[in-house]
Design a protein around this ligand. Structure first.
Ligand code: FMN
Length: 187
């Protein structure tokens, strides 16, 4: 027997993306997005409410960055998801985030979060609220790189959002090898 919950925006895992943008005066904003995903080799899709300051910023400046929320800053990551820069102009400072401008796009990077996807706006549809960005660069702080220069997941703690319980969860242990383990079943 299965229990039917009806139409819910529930999947696992959901991301905790920190979307950083500048307003027309160069003031940085950061917001929390769970409804987002990679949408091609060089594209990312986000569902952004048209009313958010972030949405206005990106439509004006045509760029944004997507950092991975991290367990080390979970309060800040949640704060930027419950307070709008429209009501709190000091939002980023109050979150405790420090920003620097990306060298690739007209958007801020968050120093506390070591991995960011830097994007140029491709499209935004006000009806569906779907935004698509082109990935211009991925920048990663050296502190989370291994000796070969690759991202080492043991050196940071990206979090996911559990939409059923409203929990933030860290990633679990490795259980397999993609594009490889399934080969055992291929005859
Ligand atoms: C866990 C979590 C996930 C969220 N996901 C989204 C989302 O996917 N899309 C969206 O438009 N807002 C989402 N929000 C709400 C925005 O982050 C929130 O309204 C934020 O204050 C907007 O800030 P801004 O007006 O400064 O841009 C989420 C909030 C939380 C706490």
């Amino acid at each position: 027997m299965r229990k039917n919950f009806g139409a819910k925006a529930w999947t696992y895992p959901q991301p905790v993306y920190m979307i950083a943008s500048y307003d027309e005066n160069g003031v940085a904003d950061v917001m929390n997005v769970a409804w987002g995903c990679i949408a091609g080799y060089k594209q990312i899709a986000l569902y952004l409410d048209v009313k958010h300051q972030t949405t206005e910023n990106i439509l004006k400046r045509k760029a944004f960055s997507v950092s991975m929320g991290d367990a080390s800053c979970v309060e800040a990551c949640d704060y930027v998801g419950i307070v709008s820069a429209k009501k709190e102009p000091q939002k980023v400072e109050k979150a405790g985030f420090h920003v620097v401008k990306s060298n690739f796009v007209d958007a801020p990077l968050i120093e506390e979060l070591p991995m960011a996807v830097e994007c140029q706006l491709l499209s935004y549809d006000k009806e569906s609220e779907l935004m698509v960005g082109e990935i211009i660069n991925v920048s990663v702080d050296e502190r989370i790189l291994d000796s070969d220069g690759n991202i080492d997941l043991s050196l940071f703690s990206p979090i996911t959002f559990d939409p059923v319980h409203n929990d933030y969860i860290t990633l679990g242990k490795k259980v397999g090898n993609a594009f490889e383990d399934g080969m055992k079943l291929k005859k």
